[in-house]
Ligand binder design. Structure first.
Ligand SMILES: [Zn+2]
Length: 467
C-alpha cells in the first residue's frame, strides 16, 4: 500500500522528534509507525533526520519589471536552489506597478511559476491602492487564492504613505488577508542618503549608515499601531534588530495578532562586510548589523517573538551591483539554498535552539501563518510528503556552486556549516539526492489559499470603532 517507506530515521513530527518509519502513498504521508513492513521503495534513514520540507514564505523569484525584464532567478533555477537546500514550497511576490492594476500581473505570474518545480503561493504587492484595485481586483485575487498583501513603507516607487497603508489594512480585514510589511522610514532614509551623497560618501558601506536601526524601529512601531487601530493581523518582515523586535514583543504582550520574521542575513552577516572590496554583494534591506545584534536576534527567536525564518531571497549577479554609488545598488541577496543549512548549523548544531524549534521556524510556522498548514510544514498523516533526509553530522563549506541558483555569488561563500540535506522529496517524489536535483520542470503546483483562522481579526479595536 506504500509507494515509499523511509525506515529508521529520527522524524521531526508535529508532536516532537520520534524514531519511526514514514509511509508515503499517493504523494502524501499515509503512516507513521514503529515499523512499516513492505513498501515499493524502501529507504534506510538510519543516522539521519527526517524533516518536513522547508516552507520559505518570503522569496523574490522571476519578478517581472515594468521595463519588460524580470529578476535573474527564474522559477526553474529557484526550484533547483530550493531543493538543494531542503525547501519544497515558497511564497513569492506578484508585483504591482504604479498606475496599473494587479489581475493581469497575477495571471502572468501564475504562468511563470507553473514552469518551475516548487509548490508555490503568492503575496500580492500593493504599491498603488486605488479604488479600482482595492474594490474590484483584490477581491478577485482573494477568490483565486491569494491571501496576503505585501506593503513597503520605504523604497521608491513602492512605498505607501500612512493613508494608503490604512487603506490596505482595511481592505485586508474585510476580505480576510494577512498583511506583510517592510518596515523602514522612507523620509528618514532619503534624508540620510542625500547627506551622505552630498559629503561624497558613496561606497557600499554607507548603505548601512543610511538606514540605522532607529528607522526600522520607528516604522515597525507605526505599522503595528495602525494595524491595531484597524484590527488587522500583520507580519513584520525581515526584522534585523532587537529595537524592532521589542516593538513586536510589546504588541504580542497586548494580545495583538502581530508576528515577526527574521532571515539568516540578520543572524550571520554584518555591516562590516559591506566595507570589503566586494561589499556590494552584502547589500540588502534592512542592512545587516553586528555580531552583538545577531546574539540579540537569537534571543528574540528563543523567546518566540520572531517565529519565522525566511530567506528574503532576492538574487542579483555581481555585475548588477558593482561600480555604482550605494544608493543605486539593487537591494537583495540570494539565500534560498543556504537558509536551512545556516539555521540548522548556527541554531541546532550550536545548541541555540532545539530540532523541534528549527522545524517550526523554517516549515511549520510559515505554513501556519500563510494558511498552508497542515498540507505543508509538518510530517503528519494526510500532509503532503514533502520530506528532507538530513545528515546532522556532515560538515560542508558553502560555495556558490552548491547554492545552485542563477547568480554568480553568495554572501555565505566559505562559511562552514554542520548539517546538510542528503535528499529532498516533494509530494513523495525524490527531487534531490547528494546535491543533484532531478525534478522535472513544470511539476510545481499552485497552492491556492482559503480563509484561515490564524489571520481572522480579533474583533477588538481601541474604541470599538470597527468591532
Ligand atoms: Zn523581500
Amino acid at each position: 500500500m506504500h509507494d515509499l517507506v523511509i525506515r529508521g530515521g529520527l522524524v521531526a513530527t508535529a508532536f516532537g522528534a520520534v524514531r519511526c518509519d514514514v509511509g508515503v502513498a499517493g504523494g502524501r504521508i499515509a503512516t507513521l509507525a514503529e515499523h512499516i513492513p513492505g513498501g515499493e521503495n524502501v529507504l534506510d534513514a538510519k543516522g539521519l533526520l527526517v524533516l518536513p520540507g522547508g516552507v520559505d514564505s518570503h522569496c523574490h523569484i522571476e519578478e517581472p519589471r515594468p521595463d519588460g525584464g524580470c529578476s535573474e532567478e527564474s522559477f526553474v533555477s529557484a526550484s533547483r536552489a530550493a531543493f538543494a537546500g531542503g525547501t519544497t514550497s515558497v511564497v513569492s511576490f506578484i508585483p504591482q506597478w504604479k498606475g496599473q492594476g494587479v489581475w493581469e500581473r497575477f495571471e502572468d505570474y501564475r504562468a511563470r511559476a507553473a514552469t518551475g518545480m516548487l509548490d508555490h503561493a503568492f503575496h500580492q504587492i500593493i504599491s498603488d491602492p486605488t479604488d479600482a484595485v482595492m474594490e474590484q481586483e483584490v477581491p478577485r485575487l482573494v477568490a483565486a487564492g491569494v491571501r496576503s498583501l505585501k506593503v513597503f513603507l520605504t523604497y521608491e516607487p513602492l512605498h505607501l504613505n500612512d493613508a494608503q497603508y490604512i487603506r490596505v489594512l482595511e481592505t485586508a480585514r474585510r476580505l480576510g488577508c494577512l498583511v506583510t510589511v517592510h518596515c523602514e522610514n522612507y523620509a528618514a532614509i532619503q534624508w540620510r542618503t542625500q547627506r551622505l551623497l552630498d559629503a561624497g560618501k558613496i561606497g557600499p558601506k554607507y548603505h548601512a549608515w543610511a538606514r540605522p536601526s532607529i528607522v526600522e524601529r520607528e516604522a515597525t512601531h507605526r505599522a503595528i499601531a495602525l494595524a491595531e487601530l484597524v484590527d488587522q493581523p500583520i507580519q513584520i518582515f525581515h526584522v534585523s534588530c532587537e529595537e524592532a523586535a521589542e516593538e513586536i514583543a510589546r504588541a504580542q504582550h497586548r494580545g495583538l495578532k502581530v508576528w515577526g520574521e527574521t532571515c539568516p542575513q540578520y543572524l550571520n552577516l554584518t555591516a562590516g562586510q559591506m566595507a570589503r572590496p566586494d561589499g556590494a554583494l552584502f547589500i540588502c534591506s534592512p542592512a545587516p548589523r553586528t555580531a552583538e545584534e545577531h546574539a540579540r536576534n537569537w534571543e528574540m527567536i528563543r523567546r518566540g517573538t520572531l517565529d519565522v525564518v525566511s530567506s528574503d531571497h532576492c538574487a542579483f549577479s555581481a555585475a548588477a551591483k558593482v561600480g555604482i554609488d550605494f544608493s543605486e545598488i539593487p537591494n537583495g541577496i540570494p539565500g534560498l539554498a543556504a537558509r536551512l543549512p545556516l539555521l540548522f548549523s548556527e541554531g541546532v548544531s550550536k545548541g541555540r535552539i532545539t530540532l523541534e524549534h528549527f522545524c517550526r521556524l523554517v516549515a511549520t510556522n510559515p505554513a501556519k501563518l500563510m494558511g498552508l498548514y497542515p498540507k505543508k510544514g509538518v510530517i503528519a498523516p494526510g500532509s503532503d510528503a514533502d520530506l528532507v533526509l538530513w545528515d546532522p553530522t556532515r560538515e560542508v563549506r558553502l560555495s556558490n556552486a552548491l547554492m545552485q541558483h542563477a547568480v554568480d555569488n553568495t554572501p555565505y561563500e566559505g562559511m562552514v556549516v554542520k548539517g546538510w540535506p542528503v535528499a529532498t522529496y516533494r509530494r513523495g517524489v525524490q527531487v534531490m539526492r547528494d546535491d543533484v536535483v532531478t525534478a522535472e520542470e513544470g511539476t510545481g503546483q499552485y497552492l491556492p489559499r482559503s480563509a484561515y483562522d490564524m489571520i481572522r481579526p480579533r474583533g477588538v479595536t481601541p474604541d470599538g470603532f470597527l468591532a
